[in-house]
Design a protein around this ligand. Structure first.
Ligand SMILES: [Zn+2]
Length: 560
């Protein structure tokens, strides 16, 4: 008698091969057989009745590093079909961290990943200092989904250089110390090394996140240290100034794959992302493994002027970065500041999160009843109706409400023809959910269900088998996750049972369930019937099951 058998499922096995009606048998957390009609007896039989069964979704770009220390359920990802989450992307980790740097690390995360400082202070369990101790804590506490962790550049830079990490280049001696930490982290099971050179990534006090101060020599030294054991993935969220040719040189020197983020389509510079993808294709033709992380979600961000992520990458916004209270309000009211922002938005550039498309910025929630009629209207519309400039309209409204007004901006990836090409590109990887971060701005943790429902079923941009492959065996193979990403005898029983006719995402909604009552956006699944991690059910059609088992494994061994 085995544990579990699924009968008469549409088996979409993750390989990209043709789906077929059949059975999948599970025992001891492992898939023991896949076939048309299995001759097995199981303690539990699930009649799938034509529902699709696929491997669980692998989310290669999350930021659960802090949340996992207070929320082992990794909400909301497992209920959205995710059975493996990779943390530490962009290098924004919380280990290693000296006790004296905890406050700085939390302030960095607050700024760069839009996490409430109150939630972080109340929530993070700091029972570690080194990366190895962090991993030991994760293993001891457990989690609902499997987790793999990058060692993060900004954290190890802060560990070695303290507050100087965000101010200057490292000395040779400091680079050598950082290399030692990378080697130690790899020995403790890091999946790779993650970093960022993106100007959108600012930390405490509006200073750049530490990794942005790294020289090319520092970057090369750390990627080299990662690769010494013959494994590991180098993940980088790159600024426009970081050339693909430099990243290719690192792939060539180390033989390790480079994951390049964040390749998003920008309608004001529609070629830019394809130029990067072309350069990545050329690198692969020369035998160097580069992949572009692309997103299947339109990047729409909710924000307030107290923390306006969409504009914080602007040079002209610098005076306001890291400021709050009366000081911030005075800057936002200053006509010279506003003139600077207007001038910059009117200047062409290759990449910018927000480009003055005021018709795509809407008022979501006003604080004063007298402003309520403005809700759901675009700033272009509001400005035109009052004969004002849209930037003035936005800032004046926010100042009138003590910066509590919630706006939403559709920023990137809204051109579906372009995004379909990116999703189907031979050297792209479908990723970039940013789950666990930007919780008040957006929530794309359900990206996998969106790929299955919106892109595959509704738009026909790719077959169901290909969409499933993109979410499962493809990331598993790139990351070296052994025995995951396929429905195959001997592999781990990470499973998602869903209805292809209805799979997708419900509308986003705001909940106040973070530590200290902080708010976040969340999304519910549509069409999900069950999620299993290592053979144990963690979610059903209503979401996470009550008392969901901590069935996830901390992944520390990876294929070369
Ligand atoms: Zn990220």
């Amino acid at each position: 008698m085995i544990d579990l058998v699924f009968r008469d499922a549409l088996v979409v096995d993750g390989s990209g091969g043709e789906p077929f009606r059949g059975d999948v048998a599970v025992d001891g957390g492992v898939i023991v057989a896949v076939g048309r009609q299995l001759d097995v007896e199981a303690a539990r039989t699930i009649s799938a009745d034509g529902l699709a069964l696929m491997p669980g979704i692998i989310d290669s770009h999350t930021h659960f590093d802090a949340q996992i220390t207070w929320d082992p359920t990794l909400s909301p990802s497992p209920a959205l079909g995710v059975t493996t989450a990779v943390i530490g992307n962009c290098g924004f980790t919380i280990a290693p961290c000296r006790p004296a740097d905890r406050e700085l690390t939390m302030k960095n995360l607050t700024q760069v990943e839009g996490m409430s400082i109150d939630a972080l202070r109340a929530g993070i369990d700091w029972g570690f200092e080194s990366f190895g101790e962090y991993m030991a804590q994760l293993r001891k506490r457990g989690s609902v989904a499997n987790v793999a962790a990058y060692v993060g550049h900004s954290s190890l830079r802060t560990y070695v250089m303290g507050a100087d990490a965000a101010r200057r280049a490292a000395t040779d001696a400091e680079i050598a110390q950082m290399q030692a930490i990378v080697r130690d982290a790899m020995a403790h099971g890091a999946v790779g090394f993650a970093s960022s050179t993106s100007p959108a990534h600012n930390g405490a006090g509006g200073l750049p996140m530490p990794s942005r101060l790294a020289s090319d020599a520092e970057m090369a030294a750390l990627v080299g240290a990662m690769a010494e054991g013959g494994r590991g993935v180098y993940m980088l969220t790159k600024g426009a100034h970081t050339q693909i040719a430099f990243l290719e040189s690192l792939a060539a020197a180390t033989g390790r794959p480079v994951m390049v983020a964040a390749l998003l389509h920008n309608s004001v510079a529609p070629r830019a992302v394809f130029d990067d993808l072309d350069a990545i294709t050329a690198a692969n033709a020369r035998g160097h493994r580069l992949l572009g992380q692309v997103s299947c979600c339109a990047l729409t961000m909710d924000f307030t002027l107290a923390s306006p992520y969409p504009v914080e990458g602007l040079v002209s916004w610098k005076p306001a970065l890291g400021k709050d209270g009366a000081e911030l309000r005075a800057i936002l009211a200053d006509p010279a500041f506003r003139a600077g922002v207007r001038t910059e938005l009117a200047t062409a550039t290759t990449f910018r999160l927000f480009n003055g498309q005021w018709g795509q910025v809407h008022v979501v929630e006003t604080a004063r009843a007298s402003n309520a009629p403005l809700e759901q209207r675009s700033l272009a519309d509001i400005a035109a109706a009052t004969g004002r400039d849209p930037l003035d309209a936005m800032l004046d409204l926010a100042l009138d409400e003590d910066l509590a007004t919630v706006f939403t901006a559709q920023l990137l990836n809204s051109d579906e023809a372009a995004v379909a090409r990116m999703l189907n590109h031979p050297h792209s990887i479908v990723s970039l959910s940013d789950a666990g971060a930007h919780l008040t701005f957006f929530n794309d943790a359900g990206f996998g269900l969106h790929l299955l429902g919106h892109w595959s079923r509704d738009l026909g941009a790719m077959s169901l088998a290909e969409a499933v492959r993109r979410l499962t065996s493809h990331p598993a193979d790139v990351l070296g996750l052994e025995r995951r990403g396929r429905l195959r005898a001997g592999d781990a029983a990470d499973l998602l049972l869903f209805d292809p006719a209805s799979v997708g995402l419900a509308a986003k909604r705001r909940v106040h369930d973070l530590p200290a009552g902080a708010a976040r956006l969340t999304t519910d699944a549509l069409g999900v019937h069950g999620v299993w991690v290592n053979g144990r059910q963690v979610a059903d059609a209503r979401g996470l099951v009550a008392g969901a088992p901590l069935a996830g494994e901390l992944l520390t061994r990876f294929a070369a």
